[in-house]
Design a protein around this ligand. Structure first.
Ligand SMILES: [Zn+2]
Length: 142
């Protein structure tokens, strides 16, 4: 089953962002609600061998691009078999995105729910990773 993810689209530059935002990150333009299919392509992924307290090591994070170009930092239970360009299922739970090889979503969800508040710390790590990866993206911000 494929989930739908809530997002916002900029009517001027067509940028799609998630979680939904009021304003386009690149223009002072109000965004309109949209949704995207929870299937994407892996842009890059990494494994943190020193995971924050409350998480099992290693910890797997991937940046996934969805239809429409929105890029998500996603958590997952494993990167075994994962490649750049792999197609994965994405699910949003409380604005945290989880990638999964098709079929393993349920397992991932259970694992991350159990992790509880430590998720905030992982999100901070994920954000800094995303910043690093997206720096080279160019274009959209200019
Ligand atoms: Zn825009």
């Amino acid at each position: 089953m494929i989930e739908t993810i809530d997002a916002s689209r900029c009517p001027r530059c067509d940028a799609v962002v998630a979680p939904p935002a009021t304003w386009c990150p690149w223009h002072p333009v109000p965004m309109t609600p949209t949704s995207v299919r929870g299937v994407g392509q892996v842009i890059t992924f990494t494994t943190l061998h020193a995971a924050p307290e409350g998480f099992r090591s290693p910890l797997h994070i991937a940046i996934v691009e969805l239809e429409g170009g929105a890029r998500f930092v996603c958590h997952g239970t494993e990167t075994r078999g994962l490649r750049i360009g792999s197609i994965v299922a994405i699910e949003a739970v409380d604005n945290i995105y989880y990638f999964s090889h098709m079929g393993a979503l349920e397992r991932a969800r259970l694992f991350w729910r159990r992790a509880g508040h430590a998720g905030d710390r992982v999100n901070a790590i994920a954000r800094s990773l995303a910043k690093r990866v997206m720096k080279g993206r160019g274009g959209a911000a200019s």
